[in-house]
Design a protein around this ligand. Structure first.
Ligand code: WTA
Length: 696
């Protein structure tokens, strides 16, 4: 029987109740065919063999020139991997597979409208299209190695084709999630200094076509305000011969890709041999200050890490049909739809739609039709599908051998439904913990070798050596029952190189907190601070508790509190704004907004609507707040700092703690009544990230 026990967090000394779950063994049918079935791998990747163990991953790739030094730690924490090596990522994901897999599907595109035919793109076709697009980028746009391109596109095959075309030239791509607004894309384009942006004319959302080209115009205007001129916009048309957009094309700036491509039919472009340390792409993510940071990923180390982890943890074999339901606009899509799977010659499914449209049977119909046997999604999608169609999976005849969950902690109840109903008790599950910054998995079970434990990410990935520190830099030992900050002691090939254009911020954000000696050239002195809370029981299975900084994880997507607050402050009548996370049954967390208005403003309803609209325009619909509260004043410390912790407590009906030291303690009670009503309330419990939110 599972036992109840109570643990203490190191920082706030808040008790959480954590039920230890029982282990579940990997199904024998899975174990028999797994890529990673030799337990000796643990010894091969032990600290004794670090960093040379990562050769095993790099050797999955085809190098133009083999490297001479596996890891160079000369300038901490700017690690260099596979130094002296030369490689092209696009060649590794496409060209090199032609000899054996020319006629095998590389991508299978499942359009959102269910009556539209599914398209398979073979490796040969992918090769042809990537080459033609590379020719457009090089010869029509004048792009060269090291230039940046911002790609703001929905989930259509042209998105990975454009990424791989960039990689073929050594052009650094920066993909912005298609659901983000034109403003968000424009800011990111300006930060990266992109002269070219790539768009789709439109895409489908909630059954309706959306004009996406309109976002391009806003993006360019935004970039221009930031001082960056985007010279060309390439626009892919979603449908042959017709457009989903009515926004006019600007002459001499905007070009339909199908028209430009006519001049490049059959073009071939030699892959540019890149230094292993040349950047492959940027991926912007929210951080602790307003401005999103461009996580810069290297070519050789990143590709080696995603290829290795795709092979061992996703268990991808070329004959599998692999479907990761994430969006390519997030890191999961980069690493585990595009680069990792394609490096292994996988067949990777790209789904344009959302899981529960037109109904919660859609994913299972796709799985049945395509014979998908590896499935990868997030707890949010699982919760949503469970709520909308708890019995749907039983109606369809598919068989998964392997399933992944990623992006947020998964509750054991949700895990059990995933295992029993979606996986039909035949599929192994890996709960993979990692971040945009990390390139690939950091904690996960080895699917054929380790038992699963619902709700826990599990042991560290091969070659990863985590440690939990308390706020004073003291290690928190396994089985102590205390939570703390999870850090990774060592460098690994998938870790980002730096923040684009801001290496100070890179060092401050990830390494300063626990650096033992800033002058040291020894990696042991430079633990990576992940900004997630975690606990480690005696069995070595890490349980991730959520973010400890002010980032709100909505449906597995990180939104910066400050970014949301600055959006609110662009509404002219708003005086002050604070954004906090609210627990949501489906999405995990959603933002709640608190604002005080400028003197003399009385029509709060109008301002509320303006705030919602502004957040949707500046950041995207994904950030839509659950509530906008107009309050007389925000709770503040005597030094004037807004106490977000108190607001998070009110929004989640948990204890606000001691507020007597605030500059304005009385305001807390009036805000509480406004949000929770006049009557008595029963306090609830909340996850750690909510309890610790905004705590200093
Ligand atoms: C959270 C997504 C618990 C965590 C790959 C992390 C998780 C943030 C898990 C990174 C998991 C991700 N269990 N929490 N399996 N996976 N997280 O950058 O808080 O979009 O810091 O990368 O998501 O989100 P990001």
């Amino acid at each position: 029987m599972a036992s109840e026990r109570s643990i203490q967090t190191s920082e706030a000394q808040i008790a959480v109740h954590w039920k230890e779950e029982e282990y579940v063994l990997p199904p024998a049918r899975f174990v028999g065919q797994a890529n990673l079935s030799d337990p000796a791998v643990v010894e091969r990747f032990s600290e004794k063999h670090f960093p040379e163990c990562f050769r095993e991953y790099a050797d999955l790739l085809s190098w133009d020139h083999y490297w001479h030094t596996t890891l160079d730690t000369g300038k901490p924490p700017f690690w260099k991997w596979f130094v002296g090596g030369r490689i092209n990522a696009s060649y590794n994901c496409v060209g090199r597979h032609l000899a054996k897999y020319r006629n095998k599907a590389a991508l299978i595109f499942v359009p959102k409208p269910e009556d539209e035919p599914i398209q398979a793109v073979t490796y040969q076709e992918l090769y042809t299209r990537v080459n033609e697009v590379a020719a457009v980028l090089r010869d029509f746009c004048g792009l060269r190695k090291g230039d940046r391109v911002t790609i703001h596109m929905p989930m259509i095959p042209e998105l990975p084709i454009t990424m791989l075309a960039c990689a073929r030239l050594g052009v650094v791509h920066s993909v912005v999630f298609g659901g983000f607004s034109g403003e968000a894309a424009g800011l990111r384009a300006a930060d990266s200094g992109s002269r070219v942006m790539v768009y789709a004319d439109g895409y489908y959302r909630n059954g309706k076509a959306t004009d996406h080209k309109a976002s391009a115009d806003i993006a360019l205007e935004t970039a221009a305000k930031e001082g960056t001129t985007v010279e060309k916009v390439l626009v892919w048309r979603r449908h042959h011969g017709k457009s989903l957009s009515t926004t006019p094309m600007v002459q001499g700036r905007d070009y339909f890709m199908d028209e430009v491509l006519k001049g490049f039919r059959g073009a071939r472009v030699d892959p540019v041999s890149m230094d292993a340390e040349d950047p492959l792409f940027l991926m912007y993510t929210s951080g602790t200050t307003g401005k999103p940071k461009g996580c810069q990923h290297r070519t050789g180390g990143y590709l080696a890490y995603v290829a290795g982890t795709s092979k061992y943890y996703q268990d991808i074999h070329p004959e599998d049909v692999y479907w990761c339901m994430a969006d390519i606009g997030w890191i999961t899509g980069h690493s585990y739809i595009v680069y990792g799977p394609l490096a292994l010659a996988a067949t990777s499914v790209i789904f344009e739609g959302v899981p529960n449209f037109p109904d919660a049977g859609r994913p299972w119909r796709i799985a049945e039709r395509l014979n998908v046997n590896i499935f990868h999604t997030s707890p949010t999608a699982i919760r949503m599908l469970r709520k909308a169609g708890p019995d749907e999976p039983r109606k369809y005849n598919y068989r998964f051998k392997h399933m992944t969950t990623v992006g947020e902690p998964i509750e054991p109840e949700t895990w059990q439904w995933y295992y029993n109903v979606v996986g039909k008790r035949e599929a192994v599950i890996v709960d993979t913990w990692w971040q945009t910054e990390n390139g690939g998995f950091l904690c996960t079970t080895k699917p054929a070798l380790d038992p699963m434990k619902p709700g826990s990410a599990g042991p560290p990935a091969l070659g990863i050596f985590p440690i939990i520190y308390d706020e004073n830099g003291q290690p928190v030992s396994a089985g102590s029952g205390r939570a703390g900050n999870i850090c990774i002691r060592n460098p690994w090939p998938g870790i980002m190189q730096t923040i684009w254009g801001d290496s100070d911020r890179f060092v401050n954000q990830y390494y300063r907190k626990y650096c033992k000696n800033p002058d040291s050239k020894d990696w042991h002195d430079w633990p990576y601070f992940a900004a997630d809370g975690a606990v480690l029981p005696a069995d070595g299975y890490y349980r991730i508790l959520g973010r400890v900084d002010d980032v709100i994880n909505v449906a597995g997507h990180r939104l910066g509190t400050k970014e949301l607050e600055s959006a609110c402050l662009t509404v002219p009548d708003v005086a002050e704004a604070a954004v906090v996370p609210v627990v949501d049954e489906i999405k995990g967390r959603v933002p709640a907004v608190y604002v005080s208005l400028k003197p003399g403003i009385s029509d709060g309803d109008r301002v509320q609507h303006q705030i919602v609209a502004t957040i949707e325009t500046m950041i995207g619909k994904i950030a839509r707040p659950k509530a906008v509260h107009i309050v007389p004043d925000l709770p503040k410390t005597r030094s004037g700092k807004i106490m977000r912790r108190v607001l998070a407590a009110i929004s989640n009906t948990i204890d606000t703690g001691d507020v007597t030291t605030l500059a304005n303690p009385d305001v807390v009670e009036s805000i509480r009544k406004l949000v929770q009503g006049e009557g008595p309330v029963v306090l609830k419990d909340a996850p750690e990230d909510v309890k610790l939110f905004g705590a200093e």
